[in-house]
Design a protein around this ligand. Structure first.
Ligand code: XMP
Length: 324
């Protein structure tokens, strides 16, 4: 019988049998899949689990603190937070091409993860043997069908093939047979809050692909504020659950505005919201004008570095969901 409780019990005993008394490492992104794996493994093996959370400076507002509060403070899971904003931003300096940015972000992520994993080894001869991953069934199919799908790039970096040889870790993938909706139900059964389990997807490279062209801290800081306002208003109006993915994109373009008596010359952002089942095709969300108006006014009034807000009315295809 498929109930989340049965799936949880079954997965827990399988993990226990698989890893015995060994230590297990998990890259925790705060996304649904890795979060459910963290909750599950914590139930199964307690303190044998160590999570590494990489703060790359490309996260949404307060995201790092929220992940630490939920997993470390609330659930008592061992989480190492690697604050690596400078390292990521330095690596990205001067780079404008989307795929080049993805590669740099992926590689920097691996470097940091590797470094943290090496620190956890009891000795150079006894590295951590197990690496847990939030691979779900669609990822398995997708990577079998195509090794080049960009949505898979970040996850494939976590695979053994992408990890440095000397780590030679074996995989623990307790969600491998589950679909996304099953993973969500499992998360709720494991005690994760609904609003985290039903979050919109967030790409591995994060704000790095939502800042068009070169990534700068100034842009990321502005984008974080604008995005937080958009998401807050979507939640408040009930539209968050009616859209599949919604976010703000930073355009490195300046535009004139007027605030009070003063002329302002600052940055432009675009709102993006889509409805989709499978993320392969998507329709731009027909958000109410009143909602768009409220979000736009708040962004321009509350963030002095932004002078203009646009709304993206492109569907996929021919556009993609992300702008890069
Ligand atoms: P596109 O823009 O290709 O996005 O229509 C489809 C879905 O994939 C996500 N996406 C990514 N996820 N790494 C990820 O982990 C990436 O490089 C990446 N690029 C796009 C996007 O957010 C959407 O959900």
């Amino acid at each position: 019988l498929w109930t989340p409780e049965n799936i949880a019990d079954d997965a827990i005993s399988r993990v226990q049998a698989q890893v015995g008394t060994d230590q297990v490492l998990l890259g925790l992104s705060g996304g649904v899949d890795s979060s459910v794996v963290a909750a599950l493994l914590h139930k199964a093996i307690g303190d044998q689990l160590t999570c590494v959370f990489v703060d790359n400076g490309l996260l949404r507002k307060n995201e790092g603190d929220q992940v630490m509060a939920m997993f470390a403070d609330n659930m008592g899971i061992k989480v190492i937070r690697a604050d690596a904003e400078d390292e990521f931003l330095m690596g990205l300096a001067g780079v404008a091409d989307p795929e080049a940015k993805r590669k740099i972000i992926g590689k920097t992520f691996i470097d940091i993860f590797d470094r943290e994993a090496a620190k956890l080894a009891t000795s150079p001869d006894h590295p951590v043997k197990w690496l847990a991953q939030g691979t779900i069934y669609p990822d398995v199919i997708e990577s079998a069908a195509s090794k080049t799908g960009k949505a898979h790039v970040i996850k494939s970096h976590h695979n053994v093939g992408g990890l440095p040889e000397h780590m030679a870790m074996q995989l623990v993938e307790p969600l491998r047979e589950l679909f996304k909706d099953e993973v969500r139900k499992l998360g709720v059964a494991l005690g994760l809050p609904e609003d985290m389990v039903y979050r919109h997807p967030f790409p591995g490279p994060g704000l790095g692909v939502r800042i068009l062209g070169e990534v700068k801290k100034e842009y990321a800081d502005l984008l974080r504020e604008a995005d937080a306002i958009f998401i807050e208003e979507l939640r408040r109006s009930g539209w968050y659950a009616k859209t599949s993915q919604a976010f703000v994109v930073f355009l490195p373009v300046k535009s004139v505005g007027v605030v009070g008596d003063a002329r302002r010359y600052s940055w432009v952002v675009s709102l993006r919201a889509v409805e989709t089942i499978d993320f392969m095709t998507a329709r731009w969300a027909h958000l109410p004008y009143e909602l768009l108006e409220k979000v736009s006014n708040r962004i321009i009034n509350e963030i002095s570095g932004i002078s203009r807000v646009a709304y993206d009315v492109s569907s996929k295809p021919p556009a993609t969901i992300e702008w890069e």
